[in-house]
Ligand binder design. Sequence first.
Ligand SMILES: Cc1cc2nc3c(=O)[nH]c(=O)nc-3n(C[C@H](O)[C@H](O)[C@H](O)COP(=O)(O)OP(=O)(O)OC[C@H]3O[C@@H](n4cnc5c(N)ncnc54)[C@H](O)[C@@H]3O)c2cc1C
Length: 234
Amino acid sequence: MLVELIASTRFDAVTFQEATGFQSEPWTPSADLLAEAAGRQCYEAWERKNPATATNRGYLANIIDHQHFSVLEHASATFLVHGVSRSLLAELTRHRHLSFSVESQRYVDQTGREPAVPPALRGTDMEGDLHAFHAEAVDLYVQVRNALAEQGVPRKQAREAARAFLLNAQPVNLIVTGNLRAWREVLTKRYHVAADAEIRELADEILTHLRCIAPSTFQDFGDVIGNEEIRRAA
Ligand SMILES: Cc1cc2nc3c(=O)[nH]c(=O)nc-3n(C[C@H](O)[C@H](O)[C@H](O)COP(=O)(O)OP(=O)(O)OC[C@H]3O[C@@H](n4cnc5c(N)ncnc54)[C@H](O)[C@@H]3O)c2cc1C
């Protein structure tokens, strides 16, 4: 699995200061500043009168505490994701506030790729079985695609039919964008012990990136959600 942050919102602190007089805290990441600016806009609160909310981190802690989440919708983050399973794709696309551009199996040839191996199979004999089964599935895909093409079926239609022989583990590449509120929603459900292990890995990678571009916005995300309770109970 490859997960790269390829775009994120830039806040123009100079223009904002010229318009409002608000002096943003130096060295604060753009996405966090934009959320603070949006929150302060609501109350025209350009001065830092309350010590508890004087810092960007304190301000956004208060925003999160009060569930004033709409201010987190202004900044967004876009990820390039390669080599995840089709099962993961089905789960991720359930999140209605994310935007997707997904490689088409009708246009893109599906040969020459390794399967997305579920974490529980890695390093076991079953990982070898999955690779063998995947290779057989891809062989069938090629046979069916070629047979249909020989019958005069156009290439796109031949691929769309042949893909029925591919596995859930067939890897897929995509670009996905979400605003920071949407990413918080996704992480609440997918960076969680109850979530599928592969999507939890994706959530972990995404959270690592988001913590870099918006540490205050994700300050309340700690360990995988639910892990703490499990450890305490053990
Ligand atoms: C562990 C786990 C197991 C799952 N198992 C299954 C399963 O077996 N079968 C299955 O079909 N799905 C399953 N799902 C998917 C799940 O039901 C959700 O579709 C998915 O997690 C997306 O979350 P969401 O719908 O809460 O929010 P999102 O689409 O991410 O939206 C975020 C939030 O916006 C609000 N919202 C969005 N749309 C609406 C709306 N139309 N009306 C009201 N409020 C809205 C809600 O507050 C929602 O929580 C599972 C998810 C998890 C995490």
